[in-house]
Write a protein that binds this ligand. Structure first.
Ligand SMILES: Nc1ncnc2c1ncn2[C@@H]1O[C@H](COP(=O)(O)OP(=O)(O)OP(=O)(O)O)[C@@H](O)[C@H]1O
Ligand SMILES: [Mg+2]
Length: 226
């Protein structure tokens, strides 16, 4: 498959959505001729967004971990087949706010579903699609939940089901992501996301520049530089 598939991972409020938007702006100025798609999980298609609604609203313990895992994978199958794979085949850059690593961490390491079963489901429903590069935005649990709370309070956001799972759960999420970053060190870049959005943005840009071997600053990169 051609194209470039970038995922952003991390706990609640780590800055994934903020950095996903900034990455679109940066790559758009670096590669003006290239199609760039920003999308998110769970979600990204009409059917997958309907599954998202079930997953991210309501009480923290309303689903069995197994049900939650199957719904996540079902949404991902729709998303890959209808959005991500076609875009990559068109040679687009796809920037995805959460992807399979969130399932390994939330449903696997934090909810104790066997990772081998989740990998088998990913193979079955999603052809095992893996990002080319995964940014792990790492912040402390307290800082992430604080940011997520400020965002929820200011935006009439009802998507708080995972935020409500408690700090022991979120500590497992953070550790889980860091252990995946070690296991899949060929594609993970761990970014210190505790600073300002501009500071985090700089880390992400530097890493993507290294990955793409861009040497000139954003905006001055000619379209043929790729
Ligand atoms: N580096 C930062 N410093 C301070 N605030 C930030 C930073 N990055 C993002 N924020 C703010 O924190 C809140 C959460 O950020 P954002 O929505 O990007 O996180 P997220 O990782 O997408 O969270 P979620 O997992 O809940 O979707 C937002 O209000 C955002 O404006
Ligand atoms: Mg977000």
């Amino acid at each position: 498959m051609t194209g470039l598939f970038i995922s952003l991972e991390g706990g609640e409020g780590s800055g994934k959505s903020t950095q996903a938007k900034r990455l679109v702006d940066y790559l758009g100025s670096a590669f003006p001729a290239r199609e760039i798609i920003r999308t998110r999980e769970p979600g990204g298609t009409k059917q997958a967004e309907a599954i998202r609604d079930m997953l991210v609203t309501g009480s923290a313990d309303k689903f069995l971990p197994e049900t939650e895992a199957l719904l996540m994978v079902a949404a991902r199958a729709e998303h890959i087949a209808k959005v991500i794979q076609p875009a990559l085949l068109r040679d687009a850059i796809v920037i995805c706010d959460r992807f399979v690593d969130s399932t390994y961490v939330y449903q696997g390491l934090a909810h104790q579903i066997d990772i081998a079963s989740l990998e088998a489901l990913h193979e079955f429903a999603c052809a095992g699609l893996t990002p080319d590069i995964t940014f792990l935005l790492d912040v402390s649990v307290e800082q992430g939940l604080e940011r997520a709370k400020i965002r929820s309070d200011s935006s009439a956001d009802s998507e708080s089901r995972f935020e409500e799972k408690g700090s022991a759960f979120h500590a497992k999420v953070r550790e889980g992501f860091l252990s995946l970053a070690t296991r899949f060190s060929d594609r993970f870049v761990v970014v210190d996301a505790s600073g300002t959005p501009d500071e985090t943005d700089k880390h992400v840009r530097n890493a993507i520049k290294d990955y793409l071997q861009i040497t000139a600053p954003a905006g001055s990169v000619p379209a043929h530089a790729e």
